[in-house]
Design a protein around this ligand. Structure first.
Ligand code: SF4
Ligand code: SF4
Length: 369
C-alpha cells in the first residue's frame, strides 16, 4: 500500500486502465445519485465530476472498536469494496485490511501524510481514550490512540467518523466509561468532522459520503450531530412499514403473540424507531434484503448518541430523548391521539422521498452524455 499522490490519475483514467466499461461507470453513477437521494437530473453532473475526480489518499484509523464497521464496509454492494478501494480512493493505511505489518505499515501512514498535505481524508472507527486518560489504555505501534489521531488529522482535508464509537463514544464510553473514551468530534476541533453513525453504519452510507466528497469537492449537508442529511434526515419511524399499526395503536406485546405474527408495531417491545435517525427503513441491509424491524426485532437506536445508556433495549418505558426533545412515550401519545393526521403527513413525506430517490436508468444517462 504505497502512498500515491492524488494528482497522479483521474478516476476516469484509472477506470479505463482497469478495463471498466463506460456503461459500467454510468451504472455506478446512476446508483450513486439514487443512493445519495439526489434527483435523477443530477446523475450526468455526477458522471462528469467523477470522471475528472482525483483519487484521494485515505488513511483509516481503528481505535477502541470491534471491527464491525470494517466488516460492514466489506459487505457493501453498490459500489463494492473493490470498486471503492481500487477505483475511487487510494486506501493507504488500514490496520485490518493492509497487507503490510510493523514498521512498513506505519511508514505507509507517514508517507501518505507527507505526500498529500491538506488533501488526504482520515476515516476513524472506534472511540479514543481522551487526553486525560492513561495513554496505555489503547495503543497502535506504541502510539496512544489520542496521539495518533491528533497527529494524523493535523494536515487532513476532512475527517469521517464511522460507527457509534467514533461518532458518539459508543460501547467503550458507556457508563462508567473506564477508559475515558471520547468521540472524534469531542477531540478534533480544527477540521471538518462528518459523522456516519450506526452500530455498524450502513455500508452504502459510508461509500455514499465518499462519493459525495469526490463529486462535489465538499462534504454533504449535515444535521445537528454532523450526520449527512441525505441518510439521517428522517427517523426510522417516519419510514417504517409498520407505521400504520402504530397509528392505529396496534402493538405486539410479546415476540410470538398474534400481533407479532400479524406484523404489528414493535413500540411496546422497546422499539426506538421514533427517536432514531437512520436510513435502514429505506436502504435496508445486505444489498436491500431486509432490516431489523422487518426481521421482527425492535430498532435499538444504534445511530443516536448514548444509545447504550438509554435504558433497556426491550423496555418501552426507559427511552432516550429525541433530537426534537420529544420522548418515545410522548411520541406514542401523539400517535394514539392524532394518528390520522400523522399518517397523512407520513404519506406526504414518503411521496417526496420516493420522488427524490427515483433512479435514473443507464440508457437515460447515455442519452444525456
Ligand atoms: S415504533 Fe418501531 S416498529 Fe413501530 S412504527 Fe415506529 S419504527 Fe416501526
Ligand atoms: S434498525 Fe435501528 S438499531 Fe437497527 S441498524 Fe437501524 S438504526 Fe440501528
Amino acid at each position: 500500500m504505497a502512498a500515491r499522490k492524488p494528482t497522479e490519475k483521474t478516476l476516469g483514467e484509472s477506470l479505463r486502465e482497469r478495463g471498466v466499461s463506460r456503461r459500467g461507470f454510468l451504472k455506478f453513477c446512476a446508483a450513486t445519485a439514487s443512493m445519495m437521494a439526489l434527483p435523477p437530473s443530477m446523475a450526468p453532473a455526477i458522471a462528469a465530476a467523477l470522471e475528472k475526480a482525483k483519487r484521494p489518499s485515505v488513511i483509516w484509523l481503528s481505535f477502541q472498536e470491534c471491527t464491525g464497521c470494517t466488516e460492514s464496509l466489506t459487505r457493501s454492494h453498490a459500489p463494492t469494496l473493490e470498486d471503492l478501494i481500487l477505483d475511487v480512493i487510494s486506501l493507504d493505511y488500514h490496520h485490518t485490511l493492509q497487507a503490510a505489518a510493523g514498521d512498513a505499515a506505519e511508514h505507509a501512514r507517514e508517507q501518505a501524510m507527507a505526500a498529500n498535505p491538506g488533501e488526504y481524508l482520515v476515516i476513524v472507527d472506534g472511540s479514543i481514550p481522551g487526553p486525560k486518560a492513561n495513554p496505555g489504555f489503547s495503543t497502535v505501534a506504541g502510539h496512544s490512540n489520542y496521539a495518533m489521531l491528533m497527529e494524523t488529522v493535523e494536515n487532513a482535508a476532512a475527517v469521517i467518523a464511522v460507527g457509534s464509537c467514533a461518532t458518539f463514544g459508543g460501547l467503550p464510553a458507556a457508563n462508567p466509561n473506564p477508559t475515558g473514551a471520547m468521540s472524534v468530534m469531542d477531540l478534533v476541533k480544527n477540521k471538518p468532522v462528518i459523522n456516519v453513525s450506526g452500530c455498524p453504519p450502513i455500508p452504502m452510507v459510508i461509500t455514499g459520503v465518499i462519493a459525495h466528497y469526490l463529486t462535489f469537492g465538499r462534504l454533504p449537508e449535515l444535521d445537528a450531530y454532523n450526520r449527512p442529511m441525505a441518510f439521517y434526515g428522517q427517523s426510522i419511524h417516519d419510514r417504517c412499514y409498520r407505521r400504520p399499526f402504530y397509528d392505529r395503536g396496534q402493538f405486539a406485546k410479546t415476540f410470538d403473540d398474534e400481533g407479532a405474527r400479524l406484523g404489528w408495531c414493535l413500540y411496546e417491545l422497546g422499539c426506538k424507531g421514533p427517536t432514531t435517525y437512520n436510513a435502514c427503513a429505506t436502504m435496508r441491509w445486505n444489498d436491500g434484503t431486509s432490516w431489523p424491524v422487518e426481521a421482527g426485532h425492535p430498532c435499538l437506536g444504534c445511530s443516536e448518541p448514548r444509545f447504550w445508556d438509554a435504558g433497556g433495549f426491550y423496555n418501552a418505558v426507559s427511552v432516550p430523548t429525541s433530537a426534537s426533545g420529544m420522548n418515545v412515550l410522548a411520541a406514542g401519545a401523539v400517535g394514539a391521539v392524532v394518528g390520522g393526521a400523522v399518517a397523512i403527513s407520513a404519506k406526504k413525506q414518503t411521496k417526496a422521498e420516493v420522488a427524490h430517490r427515483q433512479p435514473v436508468t443507464v440508457e437515460e444517462l447515455e442519452a444525456k452524455l
